[in-house]
Ligand binder design. Sequence first.
Ligand code: AMP
Length: 224
Amino acid sequence: MKILLLGPPGSGKGTQAKLISGQFGIPQISTGDMLRAAVKARTSLGLAAKKIMDAGELVSDDIILGLVKERLTNQDCQHGYLLDGFPRTIAQAEGMRDAGIEIEFIVELQVDDEDIIRRLGGRRIHEASGRTYHVEFNPPKVKDLDDFTGEPLLQRADDREETVRNRLQVYHRQTAPLIEFYSALAAGKNQGSNPRHIRIQGSGEIGDIQQAIIRNINTRHDGS
Ligand code: AMP
Protein backbone atom coordinates (compact mmCIF):
# COMPACT_ATOMS: atom_id res chain seq x y z
CA MET A 1 0.00 0.00 0.00
CA LYS A 2 1.81 3.11 -1.25
CA ILE A 3 -0.18 6.22 -0.56
CA LEU A 4 0.48 9.91 -1.13
CA LEU A 5 -1.61 12.36 0.87
CA LEU A 6 -1.85 15.69 -0.89
CA GLY A 7 -3.53 18.90 0.22
CA PRO A 8 -2.91 22.42 1.48
CA PRO A 9 -1.29 23.07 4.85
CA GLY A 10 -4.01 22.70 7.47
CA SER A 11 -6.17 20.37 5.38
CA GLY A 12 -5.82 17.69 8.06
CA LYS A 13 -3.08 15.75 6.26
CA GLY A 14 -1.07 15.03 9.41
CA THR A 15 -4.13 13.91 11.40
CA GLN A 16 -5.43 11.68 8.60
CA ALA A 17 -1.93 10.37 7.86
CA LYS A 18 -1.62 9.02 11.43
CA LEU A 19 -5.05 7.37 11.25
CA ILE A 20 -4.63 5.88 7.78
CA SER A 21 -1.10 4.62 8.30
CA GLY A 22 -2.26 2.99 11.56
CA GLN A 23 -5.21 1.40 9.79
CA PHE A 24 -3.08 -0.10 7.00
CA GLY A 25 -0.02 -0.84 9.17
CA ILE A 26 2.36 1.26 7.07
CA PRO A 27 4.75 4.00 8.26
CA GLN A 28 3.83 7.67 7.95
CA ILE A 29 6.67 9.50 6.21
CA SER A 30 6.23 13.17 7.04
CA THR A 31 8.95 15.47 5.73
CA GLY A 32 7.60 18.24 8.00
CA ASP A 33 8.04 15.99 11.07
CA MET A 34 11.52 14.93 9.90
CA LEU A 35 12.55 18.57 9.50
CA ARG A 36 11.06 19.56 12.87
CA ALA A 37 13.03 16.70 14.49
CA ALA A 38 16.21 18.06 12.86
CA VAL A 39 15.42 21.57 14.14
CA LYS A 40 14.87 20.22 17.65
CA ALA A 41 18.10 18.20 17.54
CA ARG A 42 19.93 21.33 16.28
CA THR A 43 21.63 19.44 13.45
CA SER A 44 23.17 21.53 10.66
CA LEU A 45 20.16 20.64 8.48
CA GLY A 46 17.82 21.72 11.27
CA LEU A 47 19.54 25.04 11.76
CA ALA A 48 19.40 25.80 8.03
CA ALA A 49 15.78 24.63 7.69
CA LYS A 50 14.39 26.55 10.67
CA LYS A 51 14.45 30.01 9.08
CA ILE A 52 12.88 28.70 5.88
CA MET A 53 10.14 26.85 7.76
CA ASP A 54 9.35 29.78 10.07
CA ALA A 55 8.84 31.96 6.99
CA GLY A 56 6.52 29.36 5.44
CA GLU A 57 8.84 28.79 2.47
CA LEU A 58 10.00 25.43 1.09
CA VAL A 59 13.25 23.68 1.94
CA SER A 60 15.34 22.86 -1.15
CA ASP A 61 14.29 19.93 -3.33
CA ASP A 62 17.71 18.25 -3.09
CA ILE A 63 17.70 18.18 0.69
CA ILE A 64 14.14 16.84 0.84
CA LEU A 65 14.77 14.17 -1.80
CA GLY A 66 17.89 13.05 0.07
CA LEU A 67 15.94 12.76 3.33
CA VAL A 68 13.07 10.81 1.82
CA LYS A 69 15.21 8.44 -0.24
CA GLU A 70 17.20 7.54 2.85
CA ARG A 71 14.09 7.08 4.98
CA LEU A 72 12.48 4.78 2.41
CA THR A 73 15.41 2.34 2.58
CA ASN A 74 14.32 1.45 6.14
CA GLN A 75 12.98 -2.04 6.66
CA ASP A 76 9.57 -0.73 7.80
CA CYS A 77 8.86 0.65 4.30
CA GLN A 78 9.08 -2.77 2.64
CA HIS A 79 5.33 -3.28 2.45
CA GLY A 80 4.35 0.28 1.74
CA TYR A 81 4.28 3.79 3.15
CA LEU A 82 2.17 6.85 3.44
CA LEU A 83 3.83 10.04 2.21
CA ASP A 84 2.63 13.14 4.07
CA GLY A 85 3.86 16.53 2.88
CA PHE A 86 6.07 15.12 0.14
CA PRO A 87 6.40 15.71 -2.78
CA ARG A 88 5.57 19.39 -2.65
CA THR A 89 6.97 20.53 -5.99
CA ILE A 90 7.02 19.13 -9.51
CA ALA A 91 10.82 18.78 -9.20
CA GLN A 92 10.37 16.60 -6.09
CA ALA A 93 7.74 14.48 -7.88
CA GLU A 94 10.08 14.02 -10.83
CA GLY A 95 13.03 13.22 -8.55
CA MET A 96 10.87 10.68 -6.80
CA ARG A 97 9.75 9.09 -10.07
CA ASP A 98 13.37 8.97 -11.29
CA ALA A 99 14.41 7.25 -8.05
CA GLY A 100 11.77 4.57 -8.66
CA ILE A 101 9.65 5.57 -5.65
CA GLU A 102 6.18 4.29 -6.48
CA ILE A 103 2.76 5.60 -5.60
CA GLU A 104 -0.47 3.61 -5.93
CA PHE A 105 -2.98 6.07 -4.48
CA ILE A 106 -3.02 9.85 -4.47
CA VAL A 107 -5.47 11.02 -1.83
CA GLU A 108 -6.24 14.70 -2.27
CA LEU A 109 -7.86 16.57 0.63
CA GLN A 110 -9.80 19.64 -0.48
CA VAL A 111 -10.33 22.54 1.94
CA ASP A 112 -10.99 26.27 1.26
CA ASP A 113 -8.33 28.82 2.15
CA GLU A 114 -10.52 30.67 4.68
CA ASP A 115 -11.27 27.41 6.50
CA ILE A 116 -7.56 26.72 6.63
CA ILE A 117 -6.75 30.07 8.18
CA ARG A 118 -9.34 29.36 10.92
CA ARG A 119 -8.05 25.85 11.43
CA LEU A 120 -4.35 26.64 11.64
CA GLY A 121 -4.83 29.74 13.78
CA GLY A 122 -6.42 27.54 16.46
CA ARG A 123 -4.07 24.58 16.12
CA ARG A 124 -1.98 23.63 19.15
CA ILE A 125 0.61 20.88 19.33
CA HIS A 126 2.25 18.71 21.93
CA GLU A 127 5.81 18.95 20.76
CA ALA A 128 7.23 15.71 22.16
CA SER A 129 4.57 13.40 20.68
CA GLY A 130 3.36 15.40 17.69
CA ARG A 131 -0.24 15.18 18.95
CA THR A 132 -2.35 18.03 17.62
CA TYR A 133 -5.42 19.77 19.01
CA HIS A 134 -7.62 22.69 18.03
CA VAL A 135 -8.87 25.26 20.52
CA GLU A 136 -12.38 25.06 19.01
CA PHE A 137 -12.77 21.84 16.97
CA ASN A 138 -10.67 19.35 18.96
CA PRO A 139 -9.83 20.91 22.33
CA PRO A 140 -7.72 19.14 24.94
CA LYS A 141 -9.50 17.99 28.10
CA VAL A 142 -7.74 20.74 30.06
CA LYS A 143 -7.12 24.04 28.25
CA ASP A 144 -3.60 24.34 26.77
CA LEU A 145 -2.43 20.98 28.20
CA ASP A 146 -1.74 17.65 26.49
CA ASP A 147 -4.36 14.97 27.35
CA PHE A 148 -1.80 12.22 27.98
CA THR A 149 1.17 13.92 29.66
CA GLY A 150 -0.38 17.14 31.02
CA GLU A 151 2.49 19.06 29.41
CA PRO A 152 1.82 22.50 27.89
CA LEU A 153 0.69 22.77 24.26
CA LEU A 154 2.39 25.17 21.84
CA GLN A 155 1.47 27.06 18.69
CA ARG A 156 3.83 26.28 15.78
CA ALA A 157 5.71 29.40 14.66
CA ASP A 158 4.50 28.79 11.11
CA ASP A 159 0.83 28.66 12.22
CA ARG A 160 0.73 32.42 12.77
CA GLU A 161 -1.74 34.05 10.39
CA GLU A 162 0.77 35.94 8.25
CA THR A 163 2.88 32.83 7.77
CA VAL A 164 -0.20 30.71 7.04
CA ARG A 165 -1.16 33.12 4.24
CA ASN A 166 2.33 32.75 2.79
CA ARG A 167 2.20 28.95 3.09
CA LEU A 168 -1.09 28.96 1.19
CA GLN A 169 0.42 31.06 -1.58
CA VAL A 170 3.39 28.70 -1.76
CA TYR A 171 0.96 25.77 -1.88
CA HIS A 172 -1.10 27.22 -4.75
CA ARG A 173 2.01 28.20 -6.71
CA GLN A 174 4.24 25.16 -6.17
CA THR A 175 2.27 22.21 -4.83
CA ALA A 176 -1.21 22.47 -6.38
CA PRO A 177 0.27 21.87 -9.89
CA LEU A 178 1.08 18.34 -8.64
CA ILE A 179 -2.63 17.55 -8.78
CA GLU A 180 -2.58 18.10 -12.54
CA PHE A 181 0.75 16.23 -12.80
CA TYR A 182 -0.71 13.18 -11.03
CA SER A 183 -4.12 13.44 -12.72
CA ALA A 184 -2.30 13.17 -16.03
CA LEU A 185 -0.45 10.09 -14.76
CA ALA A 186 -3.70 8.58 -13.48
CA ALA A 187 -5.27 9.16 -16.89
CA GLY A 188 -2.28 7.45 -18.48
CA LYS A 189 -1.12 10.54 -20.35
CA ASN A 190 2.44 10.28 -19.05
CA GLN A 191 4.79 7.36 -18.95
CA GLY A 192 5.36 5.38 -15.77
CA SER A 193 3.05 3.88 -13.19
CA ASN A 194 -0.55 5.07 -13.00
CA PRO A 195 -1.56 5.99 -9.48
CA ARG A 196 -5.27 6.23 -8.70
CA HIS A 197 -6.47 9.68 -7.80
CA ILE A 198 -8.98 9.95 -4.94
CA ARG A 199 -10.46 13.36 -4.14
CA ILE A 200 -11.94 13.81 -0.67
CA GLN A 201 -13.74 16.81 0.85
CA GLY A 202 -11.51 17.66 3.83
CA SER A 203 -14.06 19.69 5.82
CA GLY A 204 -16.08 17.78 8.37
CA GLU A 205 -15.63 15.26 11.16
CA ILE A 206 -12.19 13.65 11.40
CA GLY A 207 -13.70 10.14 11.65
CA ASP A 208 -16.00 10.66 8.64
CA ILE A 209 -13.11 11.85 6.49
CA GLN A 210 -11.00 8.88 7.61
CA GLN A 211 -13.80 6.48 6.69
CA ALA A 212 -14.26 8.12 3.28
CA ILE A 213 -10.53 7.73 2.54
CA ILE A 214 -10.42 4.10 3.63
CA ARG A 215 -13.62 3.21 1.77
CA ASN A 216 -12.27 4.75 -1.45
CA ILE A 217 -8.89 3.04 -1.16
CA ASN A 218 -10.39 -0.37 -0.38
CA THR A 219 -12.89 -0.12 -3.22
CA ARG A 220 -10.26 0.77 -5.77
CA HIS A 221 -7.74 -1.68 -4.35
CA ASP A 222 -10.22 -4.48 -5.10
CA GLY A 223 -10.38 -3.14 -8.61
CA SER A 224 -14.11 -2.46 -8.36
P1 AMP B 1 4.36 20.52 7.14
O1 AMP B 1 4.39 20.07 8.55
O2 AMP B 1 4.22 19.38 6.16
O3 AMP B 1 3.34 21.62 6.89
O4 AMP B 1 5.80 21.18 6.83
C1 AMP B 1 6.28 22.30 7.56
C2 AMP B 1 7.33 23.02 6.76
O5 AMP B 1 8.43 22.14 6.49
C3 AMP B 1 6.90 23.52 5.40
O6 AMP B 1 6.22 24.77 5.46
C4 AMP B 1 8.24 23.62 4.68
O7 AMP B 1 8.98 24.75 5.09
C5 AMP B 1 8.97 22.39 5.19
N1 AMP B 1 8.70 21.21 4.35
C6 AMP B 1 8.02 20.08 4.71
N2 AMP B 1 7.95 19.20 3.69
C7 AMP B 1 8.59 19.79 2.65
C8 AMP B 1 8.85 19.40 1.30
N3 AMP B 1 8.43 18.21 0.80
N4 AMP B 1 9.54 20.28 0.52
C9 AMP B 1 9.98 21.45 0.98
N5 AMP B 1 9.76 21.89 2.23
C10 AMP B 1 9.08 21.07 3.08
